[in-house]
Write a protein that binds this ligand. Sequence first.
Ligand SMILES: O=C(O)CCC(=O)C(=O)O
Length: 290
Amino acid sequence: MAFSKSCDSSLCQQPPAQDFAREGFVVLTEFLDIHEVERIRTSVESALTLPRHPACTRPHNTLLPLRWNDDIVDLVLRFDDRVQILSDALRADDLKWISGYVSIKEAHSPALWWHQDWWCWDHPVSYRRAAPQVALLCYLTDTSVYNGALRILPGSHLKSAPIHAALPEAHGHTAEDLEPDHIAMDNLSDQVTLCLKAGDAVAIDYRLLHGTHGNPSEKRRDCIILNFAPSWKRLPDDIKAHLINHPAQPSDEEIAPASATTAKLLPSFKGARLSLPLNRNAPSSFEIVS
Ligand SMILES: O=C(O)CCC(=O)C(=O)O
């Protein structure tokens, strides 16, 4: 099997109907043009030369945090029409940017285990149909099952699947000890693998189960992740107070957003910032109907 092989059509599925609310994901092809991809790649190379916090390296995946005034965030979000494309695809009524990361799948790295990113499963907002948070993943390289393509389980944001009961905590340390043959590392019969081109993006509900194929290739695979609240105005105050407290957001002393578009996307909240207790474990059995 040639690891440099591009997407094998027998292994990469065409995504099903693009209904974000129902499926929990939506693909945005050619979200970035190739010149922007090149510029972002250059910025990623510089970011990689800076000292890194050890917490950013988790098994089989390195995350470099981005802040509101980072040029990579500005490069992705600087155009109103592009932000509108994202907003329309999500049917967002008050889209706000929360945080961002460069997500790296190193060469020769095994799969990233099945997980979801929602962090507050004890809160009633978790059981609304509408996504409380969304991750936009913008790929800087063509991806395939041979270099860390994303795999997702459609609909798993609204209804548990048998695998929910077997998963370690999403960003916890128990995942470090997973054997390669653990179910959390394996292919699932209902999964969809998204073999995307450099410049394509996919937006996923934070509650959606996802992971990546391994990257047995010789080359690093990079992705920019930007996280949003699609309906900031409808979020409960305690969730807003927690999100506005994210280190990626401007502190009380920081002003002057990098560009007008980025400024419009920053959330505002008049109350005090707070840190809610985290629960990253989805119930092993749930169904969200209303
Ligand atoms: O880098 C990717 O393709 C996925 C990263 C991911 O699943 C995550 O950061 O939650």
